[in-house]
Design a protein around this ligand. Sequence first.
Ligand SMILES: [Zn+2]
Length: 300
Amino acid sequence: MRCIFCKQDSSSSRSVEHIMPESIGSKRRVLPRGVVCDKCNNYFAREIEGPVLSHPSMRNIRAWHQVPNKRGKIPALQGNIGGTDIAVGFRRGRDGKLEIEPEKQRNQEHVTAEWKAGLPNGFIFIVDMAPPKREMSRFLCKMAMETVAELLTHNEGGTEAMVDESYFDNIRTYVRYGNNLTEWPYSQRRIYPDTTLMRHPDTKKWVPVGFGCTVFSTKRFETLFVFCLYGIEFVLNVGGPSIRGYEEWLEDHGYISPMVERLGCRLVTEGEGKSQRHYLHGDFNLQNGFAFDERHGYRP
Ligand SMILES: [Zn+2]
């Protein structure tokens, strides 16, 4: 068996590659051993996932939404009060209220007892995704390659065909070595509020819409990759560094999202003002998405 990134023998590799990192809460989407070798797996954790997920904007997203890393730790919320930078550790109680953990603060002297009741007025923090572009594009390209590999594991010959396929050489070199291009362009936009809820596939309870990813096709028969994280949609082209095909796709389909309406979901808003709530109805069925592509003649 050979690795889809470095093409080296990976028969003795032990690690299991998570397509989306565990540190955003993803546990399920993993590739069989050897699809990605140990060396590449370590490289991605250190050079690609690490810099993206530890970036202050991403740490605040994880803190705000209470997403533990794989060691079970939730990062502190980084912000500023009266000109002083503070990192605030907190937990969200069952009722949704914030419980500050004063003993866990950096710059503790600024965190007073009344903070326990919640974040005080005047504490300014940003919950907005602004990861460094190059690292983010390599992070997305890595997930794109692995999402394609995940689909191919169902075929005979599996991911082996991907190793020798020159179509993937540009993107795999960019992910693994990063020396063939300075940047792989991607599209980034907000498609629903970060407080939007969906029904959990197993428990059927309403939970925040966290993350998801899939691939889809265009009229140019390009393979595009889409990744969503708390309402921010990222899209790139697996076949080359251009998102022109996606811009066309958006124009042709009235700016719907390949991760929402294409999968048979829709955004429903209830109430007004402060009591406004957002829900995604539907079950994110990937088969709906492939049926959508076929219906439009996007698959050869
Ligand atoms: Zn490798």
